[in-house]
Design a protein around this ligand. Structure first.
Ligand code: GLN
Length: 467
């Protein structure tokens, strides 16, 4: 039997793979010296016989909207081009305590606003399966880092689909935990009532290992749940016998490619043969969820992004200014990209006096109704099964108009609005590009979700062969 590679060798291999794939524009920053030093330290500890942790020597990549001490965090924006944090995000810190080594920060749509990583101020990331296609977004760099075989686990954030959708386009596993399951301390806020931190991984098992390391209460984030975090890997191989799976058949009616429809139907059949009780479930219209999301997320973004004013931190204009308001306007105008400006304008409008009830109030009512419908459906079934995306990845440059882009998220938005855990599992290819399915679970029932995902993974026989 060969010994598992020592951290020094594993990290050197990951850094070499990152260099080899430099053309994909996956990383906004690589920390070769820091990662190498951390790997040496771990190797020495292992040689001394120390117990290090379950992720010892695992190279990880971190979406560049999570802060890591000693490295820049840009959030994909010019406004934070030179921002360096004095602390490390809790999720990252916990993975590092478990033995993982951060090799670099990955590209994303500016502040997480986008679905293709083309809205980054630092250029798009290319899909490792075919560089003419987008990797999805906003965690496109993290999904590409895993798909290209650079790291087995990368961190993403998911507000409306930003972990699951890029995982789908890159043929890897992407887990959005229950809202509050993983601390958001050190995550650059987009829409706080929707933001989550979670893993993108090569396998369901790696996603479970990463979640197990990260989950749990955090005194630094009062919205982090106190719900005990079980060992999510323990029940992975328990199968699906006796579990009830609800298929979201209604989601397959509209604009879904034959490949994706086949993936959902095929998965339903496989789960039934594996002993699950599979039935059809009807839930509210995804278009209404999308409309509610595009009021709520920009409204929260307009408030969260008010802190970038050119005074406290971030870019400050070098132009001669005539007033404080002028300083704000010029700094923000120079620092924010067009998609971010569009969201701030939209959010500010939706919250303004006279429009609040018409837009924000109605969107919140819709959100409450949708959450109720999902929770009711999840009383009768353990997990829901449906598509993650309407089809495989679009071409680079194809998503010029914001509405076309928004439609790519129509199947991921609902679980975000309802705060539910959801996972993408790759199952096959369509036109040479990866496709797969989404599973949605009960609040804090990630263990069951991962258990079903593992069964789907086994039965799909999908080969992760991007690199
Ligand atoms: N594409 C969606 C948006 O732009 C979701 C992004 C996300 O989950 N961060 O808002």
């Amino acid at each position: 039997m060969t010994e598992p590679a020592l951290p020094t060798a594993r990290i050197a291999r990951a850094l070499a793979a990152a260099d080899r794939n430099a053309d994909l524009n996956v990383f906004l920053a690589l920390d070769a010296p820091g990662a190498t030093a951390a790997a040496h330290a771990l190797t020495r500890r292992l040689e001394r016989g120390d117990h290090v942790g379950p992720l010892v020597g695992v190279p990880i990549a971190v979406k560049d909207n999570l802060v890591v001490e000693g490295m820049k965090t840009t959030a994909g924006s010019r406004i934070l081009a030179n921002f360096q944090s004095k602390f490390t995000a809790t999720a990252v810190r916990r993975l590092v305590s478990a033995g993982a080594v951060v090799i670099g920060k990955t590209n994303l749509d500016e502040f997480g606003m986008g679905s293709s990583t083309e809205r980054s101020a630092y250029g798009p990331t290319m899909n490792p399966w075919n560089p003419r296609y987008v990797p999805g977004g906003s965690s496109g760099g993290s999904a590409a880092a895993v798909a290209a075989g650079i790291v087995p686990i990368a961190l993403g954030s998911d507000t409306g689909g930003s972990i699951r959708q890029p995982a789908a386009y890159c043929g890897v596993v992407g887990l959005k935990p229950t809202w509050g399951r993983v601390s958001r301390y050190g995550l650059i806020a987009y829409a706080s009532s929707l933001d989550t931190v979670g893993p993108i991984a090569r396998t369901v098992r790696d996603a479970a290992r990463a979640l197990a390391a990260m989950a749990g209460d955090d005194p630094a984030d009062m919205t982090a749940s106190r719900e005990p975090a079980p060992d999510f890997t323990r029940s992975l191989d328990d199968g699906v016998a006796g579990l009830r799976v609800g298929v979201l058949d209604g989601w397959l009616d509209g604009d879904v490619t034959p490949g994706v429809r086949g993936a959902v139907r095929g998965t339903a059949n496989q789960l039934a043969s594996a002993g699950a009780d599979v039935r059809s479930v009807t839930l509210p219209d995804v278009d209404a969820a999308l409309a509610a999301y595009y009021v709520i997320a920009p409204a929260e973004a307009s408030s969260n992004l008010a802190r970038y004013d050119g005074v406290r931190y971030g870019h400050r204009t070098s132009a001669a200014v005539t007033s404080l308001a002028d300083l704000y306007a010029r700094s923000r105008g120079e620092g924010f990209g067009p998609e971010v400006i569009r969201r701030i304008l939209l959010g500010t409008f939706a919250l303004s006096a006279g429009y609040y009830d018409a837009y924000y109030g109605r969107a919140q009512a819709l959100r409450a109704e949708l959450t109720g419908a999902f929770l009711a459906a999840l009383l009768d079934v353990d997990v829901l099964l449906g598509p993650t995306t309407p089809g495989p990845a679009p071409l680079l440059g194809e998503l010029q108009d914001p509405v076309t882009m928004a439609l790519l998220d129509k199947f991921t938005i609902s679980a975000s609005l309802a705060g539910l855990p959801a996972i993408h599992v790759p199952t096959g290819l369509e036109r040479g590009l990866p496709i797969g399915v989404q599973l949605i679970g009960r609040p804090f029932a990630e263990a069951t979700l991962l258990q079903v995902a593992r069964t789907v993974e086994i039965h799909s026989g999908f080969e992760r062969a991007a690199s």
